[in-house]
Design a protein around this ligand. Structure first.
Ligand code: ATP
Ligand code: MG
Ligand code: FE
Length: 346
């Protein structure tokens, strides 16, 4: 089926088009630059940018795919989780399109979309079950995917900051611009990851975590802040490259450590990565080292499909169509806290 997918959960206005498992178009506009002066995504600014970018991105995707709106078999849209105002723009646009064109509409889960993008892989996709680690500015989630369209379980998530958020906050402590993840990654390459032993894992008592594989990054961030302050108070120069390298090592160690533990504990020999933090060089290399040592198949989609995009939503929508799922009704809305178990909203 020819499916157009719309994604507006955060700061990317994404419109993608797929035919079954084949990617035809992936048009993306980002309002990242507009948020830079605030040091984080401002919901109202993101929603307004989506309004401005939606029509141009739909046009760009159709042109890239070489198809017209009438050719579409279905439309898919992110219903949640994400920023309410931002999600509403996508949901409203998708409903208007579906109604005007009289096409079936599938309201889907953003997080499951990050997993669904895997079906667009040129060498085929991972078999099920698979473990998925999704790490971005807004989420840090570990999922057990038994079946993409019918059975996704949350194994763990962050109880405070998302991994990308931690990168951005530590970057700020080090005086680097937003978004700080890429800057830390670059400086870390010149530093010693063993220079400072920053804490791993949950700093809160274990029972405060709701899930077995929950993450926490706020303690790590505070620990970096304290270490830097101490140096400054002592009038010493902060070895910024070593701090970046040691911090990056701690985050990568925690993320990949828990993902591998889940694979091993649950006997699942497949791991999929998604989200913007996958751009991180150490997260990638550690994932490669540890999965190959443990005999786990690793899949890292191309980076433009790891960050938020419309193609992943179209891909998940196409899977729902191909598995005979009914379209969503007319009454669904934007759900900022949609649980990952709700793959489709009816
Ligand atoms: P969402 O959470 O809704 O998926 P988002 O816009 O918050 O979306 P992404 O666009 O997927 O997240 O990723 C952006 C985040 O990834 C930022 O926090 C950024 O600092 C981080 N990031 C990007 N590149 C790197 C890198 N090389 N190393 C570490 N973090 C990075
Ligand atoms: Mg983004
Ligand atoms: Fe995302």
């Amino acid at each position: 089926p020819l499916v157009l997918g719309i994604e507006t959960s955060c700061d990317e206005t994404g419109v993608g088009i797929v035919r079954g498992r084949t990617l035809l178009a992936n048009a993306i506009a980002s309002s990242m630059d507009e948020h830079a002066r605030y040091g984080g995504v401002v919901p109202e600014v993101a929603a307004r940018a989506h309004l401005e970018s939606m029509t141009p991105m739909i046009g760009a995707a159709l042109a890239e795919a070489g198809v017209s709106l009438e050719d579409l078999d279905a439309i898919a849209v992110t219903s949640g989780p994400g920023l309410s105002g931002a999600l509403m723009v996508g949901v409203g646009s998708a409903k208007a399109l579906a109604l005007a064109l009289d096409k079936p509409l599938y309201a889907v889960n953003h997080l499951v979309g990050h997993v669904g993008v895997d079906v667009l892989g040129e060498e085929g996709h991972l078999e099920y079950p698979t473990i998925a680690l999704l790490v971005s500015g807004g989420h840090t989630s570990l999922l057990l995917v038994r079946d993409l369209v019918s059975d996704v379980e949350l194994l763990g998530e962050t109880i405070d900051d998302a991994a990308g958020e931690a990168f951005d906050k530590v970057a700020r402590i080090l005086g680097l611009p937003y978004p700080g993840g890429p800057h830390i990654d670059r400086l870390a390459a010149q530093g010693d990851p063993k220079a400072i032993r920053f804490p791993r894992g949950l700093t809160l008592p274990k029972d405060m975590a709701a899930h077995r594989y929950d993450f926490s990054f706020s303690g790590l961030k505070t620990s970096v802040a304290r270490w830097v302050e101490k140096k400054q108070d002592a009038g010493e120069e902060v070895p910024i490259n070593d701090v970046a390298a040691s911090f990056r090592e701690a985050v990568a160690d925690v993320l990949i450590g828990k993902a591998i533990a889940a694979c091993t504990d649950l006997g699942v020999p497949r791991l999929l990565l998604g989200g913007g933090v996958v751009a991180n060089a150490r997260v990638r290399s550690l994932a490669e080292e540890r999965t190959s040592a443990a005999g786990i198949a690793l899949r890292i989609p191309p980076l433009d499909l790891c960050t938020d995009n419309g193609a992943m939503i179209a891909a998940l929508g196409a899977q729902l169509v191909m598995h005979g799922h009914d379209p969503s009704g007319p009454d669904f809305g934007a759900d900022s806290t949609l649980p990952v178990t709700d793959i489709q909203v009816h």
